[in-house]
Design a binder for this molecule. Structure first.
Ligand code: MN
Ligand code: MN
Length: 279
């Protein structure tokens, strides 16, 4: 259950309100990498994660904190947008919020795009979702950093610094949760990739470009067993696509859900008991 406490997670202060900056801040309210998207992504992952009670708790801890971030960033935006209600010139910074929303915060990004569940990345595969969450935190961090770069208001910077910092905290927690699953880094799901072609780095962009770009070499061609392969169009052998026959001997297909490995999973009876004890 949810319970609201009438206290912001971080006290918000704005020294000089700026409606245009308030509009930019909407990116972190109703935007693709914003706090609502983070809160919903982790919370839904947590609700669906019944096989790993430990990481379920982590997802719900962080999902709930993101909702608190939404409240903080919402309070900050409202302070910046205050003038929209009464000042015609200020209203031009965000006509949608002014006219349709009466100057309050709304679930739109800075360009007026409506928030959508399509922003969420939820696969239901814990390690895959944790990787997605680490990337989501990195995106949120960089958005906060850019917002900080575009304001001189000391109170606003304090709040944004807090929110930006917490995203790195979450990156650390998600990274630890992924690492402690102890899955080999390229082992995703249950089916194995086809040997041979899995290690072929295809040199798909060749020649010299007008801006000085040319064929480059890097460890991405030779690490983790990779080796470079030239296209037939470039005098090479091309990818060994002829070697794919669609199945790998000994593998059972269509059984992704059967015998799915569970981690720290308590007995069903224990689960019910724990829930009752908490209610
Ligand atoms: Mn956040
Ligand atoms: Mn976060």
């Amino acid at each position: 259950m949810y319970h609201h406490v009438k206290k912001l997670m971080y006290s918000v202060r704005v020294d000089t309100p700026n409606v245009r900056f308030g509009n930019m801040l909407l990116e972190q309210f109703g935007g693709a990498n914003g706090e609502l998207a983070a809160a919903m992504q982790y919370t839904l992952q947590g609700w669906n994660c019944v096989d790993d009670i430990a990481r379920r708790d982590l997802l719900l801890d962080i999902g709930t904190e993101e909702l608190s971030h939404l409240e903080v960033v919402g309070a900050l935006i409202r302070m910046h947008l205050k003038d929209l209600k009464t000042n015609r010139e200020a209203a031009e910074a965000d006509p949608l919020v002014t006219i349709a929303g009466g100057g309050g915060v709304a679930l739109f990004d800075s360009m007026g795009n409506a928030w959508t569940a399509n922003y969420l990345k939820v696969t239901g595969e814990l390690d895959v979702d944790l990787r997605g969450n680490i990337a989501a935190e990195a995106r949120a961090k960089i958005v906060y950093e850019r917002l900080i770069d575009h304001t001189d208001d000391p109170g606003t910077i304090d709040t944004l610094q807090f929110l930006m910092t917490r995203e790195i905290t979450h990156m650390k927690a998600f990274s630890a949760a992924l690492e402690t699953l102890q899955k080999p880094p390229f082992s995703i799901g249950r089916l194995r990739p086809t040997p041979g072609i899995v290690d072929e780095y295809f040199n798909g962009s060749t020649g010299n470009g007008g801006e000085g770009d040319t064929d480059m070499h890097g460890p991405w061609q030779t690490s983790f067993g990779l080796h470079p392969v030239e296209s037939e169009l470039h005098g090479g052998p091309g990818l060994s696509v002829d070697d794919i026959d669609g199945t790998i001997s000994g593998e059972e297909r269509g059984k992704q859900d059967a015998g799915r490995p569970t981690l720290d999973a308590p007995e069903k009876s224990e689960l019910v008991g724990a829930r009752e004890a908490n209610s």
